[in-house]
Design a protein around this ligand. Structure first.
Ligand code: ADP
Ligand code: ASP
Ligand code: MG
Length: 815
């Protein structure tokens, strides 16, 4: 025989109750189950609210009507008109009783724990009466069972302790007398010796099912709920949480004790003692196997079984010299708290014995504080102990699993995931069983932390990068279309999902906590009413507090730079193609790097030099592996490269410049390229990455053009000046040709000195054969000394730059 327990959502609507009946039909084809029911979803909370309203002399009639209507609606939907009356009458009697009780609370302005339990019991009684009547249509032998009278407890109202022997006897006797009937038992409720109603604690219907299962030695205890079993994390926090096929009782206990609401922790005890498997199943996904909690689970390959959390916890810290070396101090503290019914969730003690930190439910925190003040009055007065304070706004996150015992590095993984995402750990506890490592963190970090830890431990799942992009020009647009195209590839080959959470240009901004659809981002952004504000954009990005978060700067503007430091210090990585930040003061450049190191995030800017070409990365790898850079030579201006590659034969210099401009190789004002500034910035960044703390003024930049050209007022004047200087350029060209050389504008770094000048190189020089608008860079190092390491290819253009930004993004967090 099996026990089938249906939770709040499973009995919460006419549809789900019809499904429940179907489940019972198929179960009954095998054997005669016992059905345990919860109150309809949300009803227990409303009952509690009504009770508190009554005590505070507030109106509760609306809520009472709502609860009545919720039940009556189901009856009207599921029963033919002729069969409705008996059950409507029965429920009406319950609701009248309930109203009387609430009225008494109102009159007395007093709500005792006894009365509260009595009020709450109507939830289970109403739902069970109702459903047993509905079931009679299919199962004429359906019988409503007042479960409260069969489970005997002490007087600890609200969370009563079960008298197991007496209870099991009563259940067995009752069952013996009603064996062939289909029993519908109220969950959650119980009674004390005097027959007064007590309850088993919130979520206690699961426990009722286990108590019945143990008393009758059932084959299984099935917990029917609204999710696919016990998942690796709370699905409301972690979208990627997945169902666990099997758990040991201890694992299930640890997971549920630390917040996984899906099963009430005491449920495991009777089942464990009698070795009865608990199966968690989904009423809304009947065919899914769900989770088995049992003895002798098969070995699992998962490093941890799950991550659970308690979102609201209070912490007390007790410290002082009076504790050091005092045997029994913590015994005195914790037995006092336990005697006074304060449940301690977690304890940590520093090895110096100088302080004890423990966590309790917020509702217990003031009680705990005053108990301590009373118990340790003398020590506190003598200053041997510091007066403790309650800290609120904290959460507990715990990783759970039996495999942790055998696998080293679990806590390393946990703390690095937290650290990388800027989650500060306030206290740590590891159970001696090693089944559980718990940390106390700030409540505002909880969702980010659980997601980050989930990503870290379940590496087989796709890791999600959350990106916020600034700039929707050529590069930004191209990046989005590349991301859109590569989505399936990334998922299959890199186990990676890149979610764009925010995008902004100078006019509009768009943020979406579910991620932005890349097929329609442009129209969506345009349709936004809010005007762009960079500071708001960054504030919102920070407040979303997402794990694996990346800020992407696809602009060439000064404005974003001032936020980089703050962003990095918020544990958000930065990927940028914007050179301005790295080529301004050295101090700023160094601060970005330092912040990234301190906060454990990435600062990637591969596209600052040579667009998508692997130049910065190559330099970094050479340095990291201990090679010494002797010399760097480079052509890093695609524009100038194009001009000299095409300045040959009969063409004249100003014509080539014009042609370059017409082909889109230059800035709108070609002087911006030809003055060498952009090249200089790239050389500066390379020199800094090579370890030289240079400033702009340290670079020896030779003007490629005669002074009169650079002094021209307008672009038109500039072209005229180029033409006026035709002879100068012809002279250079002819001289080079006479020596079988070509003109090249080359940047060089040697011994920490950087210069950029116009040179003539012969065919032995690696830059001789450069074509089109390509960039080229050669590294001469200790290892590459006879023949340099050369990187060459297209160093400008939206496609290759966006591809470089893309590569930087997916490399975030790869270290
Ligand atoms: P019922 O009313 O059926 O007893 P509960 O609301 O008590 O259901 O428990 C089910 C809910 O528990 C799920 O809807 C889910 O949101 C929540 N939950 C929290 N943590 C977990 C977890 N690790 N696995 C599954 N569900 C969880
Ligand atoms: N109805 C009770 C509660 O909401 C018991 C249960 O659902 O298990 O806590
Ligand atoms: Mg429950």
């Amino acid at each position: 025989m099996n026990i089938l327990k249906f939770g709040g959502t499973s009995v919460g609507s006419a549809e789900s109750i019809s499904t429940l009946i179907e489940i019972l039909k198929s179960e009954r084809e095998q054997q005669n189950p016992i059905v345990v029911l919860s109150a309809m979803g949300g009803v227990t909370n409303i009952l509690l609210e009504m009770a508190e309203h009554a005590r505070n002399l507030q109106d509760y009639s609306e809520q009472l009507k709502k609860v009545e209507e919720k039940h009556f609606h189901v009856i009207r939907t599921l029963l033919p008109a002729g069969a409705q009356n008996p059950v409507l009458t029965k429920l009406k009697i319950y609701f009248n009783e309930l109203e009387d009780i609430l009225q008494s609370v109102y009159n007395l302005r007093e709500l005792s724990p006894q009365t509260k339990d009595l009020i709450l019991s109507y939830g289970e009684r109403c739902s069970t009466v109702m459903i047993s009547h509905i079931a009679k249509q299919q199962f004429p032998d359906a019988l409503y069972v007042e479960g409260a009278q069969l489970i005997k407890t002490d007087n600890n109202f609200g969370q009563a302790k079960v008298n197991t022997n007496l209870t099991e006897m009563l259940i067995r006797d009752f069952h013996e007398a009603n064996k062939d009937k289909l029993l519908f038992v109220t969950g959650f409720v119980s009674s004390n010796d005097e027959g007064r109603v007590t309850t088993l604690g919130r979520g206690g219907s699961d426990y009722t099912a286990a108590i019945w299962g143990a008393a009758l030695n059932s084959e299984e205890i099935q917990i029917w709920t609204d999710v696919d079993g016990m998942l690796t994390a709370d699905p409301r926090i972690v979208k990627k949480a997945f169902s666990l096929p099997e758990l040991s009782y201890t694992e299930a206990m640890e997971l549920s004790y630390f917040g996984a609401k899906v099963i009430y922790p005491p449920t495991m005890i009777p089942a464990f003692l009698k070795k009865i498997p608990i199966v968690i199943k989904n009423t809304f996904h009947v065919d899914f196997p769900g989770t088995y909690i049992k003895h002798g689970t098969s070995p699992s390959t998962l490093p941890i079984k799950g991550i659970s959390s308690i979102d609201e916890i209070s912490v007390l810290n007790l410290s002082g010299s009076g504790m050091v070396g005092k045997a029994g101090f913590s015994g005195r503290l914790f037995s006092m708290l336990s005697r006074e019914q304060v449940n301690v969730v977690l304890i940590t003690q520093s090895s110096s014995e100088h302080s004890i930190t423990f966590a309790v439910k917020p509702s217990d925190s003031l009680k705990a504080l005053s108990l301590i003040n009373k118990e340790f009055e003398l020590e506190l007065q003598a200053r041997k102990l510091e007066y403790p304070e309650v800290e609120n706004g904290l959460s507990v996150l715990a990783i759970v699993g039996e495999n942790m015992k055998r696998t080293p590095g679990m806590s390393g993984k946990l703390f690095s995931a937290l650290g990388r995402n800027g989650v500060n750990v306030r206290a740590i506890a590891q159970g001696s069983s090693e089944y559980n490592i718990s940390v106390i963190i700030s409540k505002t970090d909880l969702s980010k932390a659980v997601n980050a830890v989930h990503d870290a431990f379940y590496a087989d799942l796709k890791k999600t990068l959350h990106i916020f992009c600034l700039g929707t020009g050529n590069i930004g647009k191209t990046l989005f279309s590349q991301l859109q195209d590569q989505m399936p590839f990334l998922a299959d080959n890199n186990d990676l999902q890149v979610k764009v959470m925010g995008v902004s240009n100078t006019r509009k901004m768009l943020l979406n906590p579910d991620g932005i659809d890349l097929t329609s981002w442009e129209a969506e952004l345009e349709s936004q009413d809010i005007k762009a504000s960079l500071s708001d954009f960054i504030k919102k990005m920070k407040s979303m507090n997402l794990p694996n978060c990346v800020f992407v700067d696809n602009t060439a503007s000064h404005n974003p730079i001032e936020y980089y430091l703050d962003i990095l210090q918020s544990s958000i990585s930065v990927v940028t193609c914007n050179k301005i930040g790295n080529s301004a003061d050295y101090e700023q450049y160094a601060a970005f790097k330092q912040a990234a190191r301190t906060y454990g995030v990435d600062f990637f800017y591969e596209t600052n030099v040579g667009a998508g070409l692997p130049i910065i990365r190559t330099l970094k790898d050479l340095m990291l592996s201990g090679d010494k850079i002797k010399r760097i030579e480079a052509i890093l201006s695609g524009t100038i490269s194009y001009i000299f590659n095409n300045y040959k034969g009969g063409t004249r210099f100003h014509e080539v410049v014009k042609e370059a401009q017409e082909k889109g190789y230059t800035e709108p004002d070609p002087r911006d390229d030809l003055n060498g500034k952009d090249f200089m910035r790239k050389m500066l960044i390379l020199a800094r990455d090579a370890g030289y703390p240079l400033e702009e003024k340290d670079i020896d930049l030779e003007n490629m053009l005669p002074a009169s050209c650079m002094a021209a007022e307008t672009v038109a004047d500039f072209y005229k000046e180029l033409e006026n200087n035709a002879e100068y350029f012809e002279g250079l060209k002819n001289k080079a040709a006479a020596d079988s050389k070509v003109l090249r504008y080359i940047g060089k770094m040697e011994d920490g000195k950087v210069s950029i000048n116009l040179q003539m190189v012969d065919e032995n020089h690696p830059f001789f054969t450069l074509s089109g608008s390509d960039n080229i860079i050669s590294f001469t190092t200790n290892r590459y000394k006879d023949r340099p390491l050369v990187v060459k290819g297209p160093g400008a253009g939206a496609e290759v730059t966006a591809a470089g930004v893309f590569a930087d993004i997916i490399n975030v967090g790869k270290r």
